[in-house]
Design a protein around this ligand. Sequence first.
Ligand SMILES: Nc1nc2c(c(=O)[nH]1)N[C@H]1C(S)=C(S)[C@@H](COP(=O)(O)OP(=O)(O)OC[C@H]3O[C@@H](n4cnc5c(N)ncnc54)[C@H](O)[C@@H]3O)O[C@H]1N2
Ligand code: MOO
Length: 398
Amino acid sequence: MLTYAEALATLVREAHPLGTERVGLSVSAGRLLGADITSPLSLPSFDNAAMDGFAIRSGEGDLPAGTRFTVAGMQAAGDDTAAWPGSDACEIATGARVPDGFDTVVPVERCERNGDSVQLMQDEKRGQNIRRTGGDIAAGAVALRAGRRIDAAAIMLLAALGIDELTVVRRPRVAIINTGSELHASGPLPDGGIHDSNGPFLEAMMASWGVEALPRRRVRDTGDAFHHAVADARAAGADLILTTGAVSAGRFDFVPSALEAMGARELFHKVAIRPGKPILAARFDDGPLVLGLPGNPIAVAVGHRFFVAPVLRAMAGLPPEQPQRVRLDEAYEARPGLQHFALGRVAPDAEGRQVACVQRNQAAYRIVPFTQANAWLAADSAFGDVVDAWPLDPAAAP
Ligand SMILES: Nc1nc2c(c(=O)[nH]1)N[C@H]1C(S)=C(S)[C@@H](COP(=O)(O)OP(=O)(O)OC[C@H]3O[C@@H](n4cnc5c(N)ncnc54)[C@H](O)[C@@H]3O)O[C@H]1N2
Ligand code: MOO
C-alpha cells in the first residue's frame, strides 16, 4: 500500500495547471491572482495634508509658538496645485494636495485665527503632517504577488491603484457525484435511508475555494447510474471529479471497476492513512482527474483536506501548503505504519503559547466532533510532543 507522501506526490504530478483569465475587479473577490500586480502609480500620488488646518511655507526656519502667517485662501480636497504664489499660508483640508512650496501642516486646533492672520499656539515641527508621494507604495513596485487570494484588503489596494481588470487563475471545473442507494435529500427518510451530508459538505468546501461547480449528482448503487454521471461530468469539461462512497471492499463498491471500464487509468487505490484508507485516484488521459473518496463522512473530510485541497493548490500553481508545528497537550495513541489525521483544537495555554489537543471520541462516522474542532492534526505512526496542525478550511491557509 502506498504511503501518504507517495500517493500525494503521484496525485500532484497529475494536477495540470489551469491557466489564467482576465476578470473585472468587481467580480474578483475570492479569486487567486494569476500574475504579480505592478503598481501603475504611487500612493499617495501627490503630497497631501494629514490634518485639517493650515499649510505653511516655513522655508528653513523653526516654527516657534507665536509665529504669524497670512492666510491666502482655502485648499480643499480635490483642488489642483493652486500655488498660492507669494503667500506663506493657506487653509487646508485632510487629503488636499499640499500646494507647491508649502512644507508643513499645522492642525486647526493648534492655531489661532484672526481674519487673514493665523498664529501658532505652540512650537511646531517643520515638515509635519504631510503624507508624502509614494509613502504607501511607489509606482513600479510589486503591489500583490501571484497566488494571493483576492480578499477585501486586496480589493481596497487594487481600487486605490485604479485597476479595474486583472489576471486571475481560471477556476477549476469540479463535478461532485455522491453514490449510495441509501442517500436522500433533506426531509422524511424511508426505512434504512440517511440524508446525504457528504454532497453538501463538498459543495461548501468547493464554494469556499472558488471552483466552477458543475451540477452535483446523487446516484444509486448501480454502475450504470454512476457511468452516466461521470460521462456527463466529462462532457461538461470537468477538470476534477469527486466521488463519494463505493470504493471499499463491498459488493456494491463499483467505483474502481466502473472507472476502469470507462478507460480511466488508476493512479492508486488504498493509501496507508486513517481514516480514509480506501481512497482511490484515477485519471482520464484526455480529461479529468478523479478522486474517489470513501463514504464515511470523516473519511470524506480527510480526503478533501489532504488530497483534494493539495490538488486544487497545484492546479492553481500554488506551492504546497505548510502546516504549523504545535505542541500536543498529551500523547495520543496511534496505529503504527499509518499516517493519522485527527480532528483537534489549537488554542493558547495559560502562558499564551499555542497547544493542540486531539478531540476525544472521534470516529469516521461521527460528525459532531468535526463541528467542535478548529484544526486537523496530522502525525505518522505516533502523535509525539509536537504535531502538524492544518486549518480546517484550506482556503484560509496562506
Ligand atoms: N470489508 C471491508 N469493509 C470496509 C472497509 C474495508 O476495508 N473492508 N473499509 C471501511 C472503511 S475504512 C470505509 S471509510 C468505508 C468506505 O466505504 P465506501 O467508500 O465503499 O462507502 P460506502 O460503503 O458507500 O459508505 C460508507 C458509509 O458512509 C455512509 N455514506 C456514504 N455516502 C454518504 C453521504 N453522501 N452522506 C452521508 N453518509 C454517507 C454510508 O451510508 C456508509 O455508512 O468502508 C468500510 N468498510
Ligand atoms: O478509514 Mo474509514 O475511512 O475507517 O472510515
